[in-house]
Design a protein around this ligand. Structure first.
Ligand SMILES: [Zn+2]
Length: 465
């Protein structure tokens, strides 16, 4: 995400019960006991986000959307692995009307309250077994409002929707385990009126028009956390370029007046330049989407195709592309650790300047550090900013300063080795700050607890380095 612009009834459908089915019981073994999966994913800032008892492997998201009526109708199928004996489990979903739920092809009972869709299958699901869930739904999807007042999710635009998921927007348009730590692969089949484009993550599998309706099919082959998913809809001009190792897609809304020289078109070069710093680009697809979206007005590092609400400037493209390594591929397990995204992406902007304009990262550090110790900027702790300050300037700037303090302590050689090892060892995984500290200590041979404690967790202006 780009801070620069961010400143800125219980519907119980007792289908199964009505059909005279008994509550879930283990089919064979008398000893097996089944219990409900948690409705809480464990995130301290957004406790209802995510669920326990299973791990999703794959999502197939299929829907139609009509910008004129703002109406969606579709289904999401998921394949999951039970991590306990489950009598029932929850999915996160809000705003749309659930028409049916099936588990392993059989109609299941469900209740839908707030953002919790509770599913009770006909029979208990055994630990370590895989199962499928199909959810059918329709309605008018909308956005959610965060504790900091910003909005995300299905954000309606004049010609479609700008679909951004950080931190909790994914639940507004598809049901799932929206836990940051539960990555899965995704396919999308989105049908829109012909002339309208639907852009999702990954590679374009096909585009088919029948009877005035066009279906856009996308496959995201690498694992993805759901908040990084998108299915942005509107009028766009598409540019497709083969990069040698993959495919780059640029979508530009003509109403944005984006110049042909806009840096979004330089994304393949920026990807290759950052690859020399951080190691191989972690995805097959790359690209960017330039929409006309004054609300919400911020950019987001949606996986493989960052979203820009206006024609981006170079630093913004660099920031969002950097997130593909740090944010999309290596993803925090909890929102508390969001500096692992924003500090790294901001630091990449500094490194970009160091390489292109001669202004060093240390000079960026110095100007940020020049704030007097009385400045409220120093009071927010980047390592635990709280939900209201999730995207506070300090998460970005003091997060990046933390990395400069690390660099000044361990030296360039160890520092860049740490950044590359972080991207490599934790590729497509979910991580914690402690894992980063451990890795930095291991690679540098230095004791660094004190440095990270001071820079990330103590209120007040830290001493440098
Ligand atoms: Zn960002």
């Amino acid at each position: 995400m780009s801070r620069a612009v961010r400143w800125v009834c219980v519907a119980v459908a007792a289908l199964a019960m009505g059909a005279g089915l008994s509550p879930p019981t283990p089919a064979t073994a008398q000893v097996a006991s089944f219990s409900p999966g948690s409705s809480n994913g464990g995130d301290s800032y957004f406790p209802l986000q995510g669920n326990g008892g299973y791990d999703v492997l794959r999502y197939d998201i299929v829907f139609s959307y009509v910008p004129g009526t703002k109406r969606m109708a579709g289904s999401t199928s998921l394949t999951a692995l039970a991590t306990q004996n489950l009598s029932r489990f929850n999915l996160d979903f809000t705003g749309l009307v659930v028409r049916y739920v099936k588990v392993n092809g059989a109609v299941a009972a469900f209740s839908h309250q707030g953002q919790e869709l509770t599913v009770t299958p006909r029979a208990g699901l055994r630990s370590r077994g895989t199962f499928t869930v199909d959810v059918g739904y329709d309605g008018n999807p909308t956005h959610v409002v965060d504790p900091d007042g910003s909005i995300e999710g299905w954000v309606v635009t004049s010609d479609g929707a700008y679909v951004v998921g950080a931190p909790q927007g994914a639940m507004t348009w598809f049901p799932g385990n929206h836990d940051l730590g539960d990555k899965a692969t995704h396919t999308f089949r989105v049908t829109v009126p012909s002339g309208t484009t639907a852009v999702a993550n990954g590679a374009l599998t096909y585009k088919r028009t029948v009877g005035g309706q066009t279906t856009w099919a996308w496959t995201s082959r690498e694992p993805m956390a759901n908040w990084l998913a998108t299915a942005t809809i509107g009028r766009f001009n598409m540019t497709k370029v083969s990069t040698g190792s993959g495919m780059n897609y640029t979508f530009v809304d003509p109403s944005t007046g984006t110049a042909p020289t806009n840096p979004v078109y330089q994304t393949p070069d920026i990807v290759s330049s950052l690859s020399t710093l951080y190691g191989p680009y972690p995805f097959y697809a790359s690209g960017g989407v330039v929409d006309n979206a004054p609300s919400p007005g911020y950019a987001l590092e949606t996986q493989t195709k960052p979203l820009y609400p206006f024609p981006p400037f170079t630093q913004l493209v660099v920031h969002e592309v950097a997130h593909q390594w740090y944010g999309a591929s290596v993803t925090p397990t909890s929102w508390r650790d969001v500096w692992l995204n924003e500090g790294f992406a901001t630091y990449t902007e500094w490194l970009w300047d160091e390489r292109t304009s001669g202004r060093s990262a240390q000079e960026h550090f110095d100007s940020a550090y020049a704030r007097p110790s009385s400045d409220p900027f120093w009071q927010v702790r980047p390592g635990d900013p709280g939900p209201r300050d999730l995207f506070h300037p300090t998460v970005y700037s003091r997060g990046a300063m933390t990395l400069q303090a690390l660099r000044a302590t361990v030296g360039d050689l160890a520092f860049f080795d740490i950044l590359r090892a972080w991207a490599d060892q934790f590729r497509h995984r979910s991580v914690t700050t402690q894992q980063f500290v451990d890795l930095a200590e291991q690679r540098s041979g230095r004791q660094l607890d004190d440095l990270f404690q001071r820079w990330l967790y103590m209120p007040g202006k830290p001493s440098f380095p």
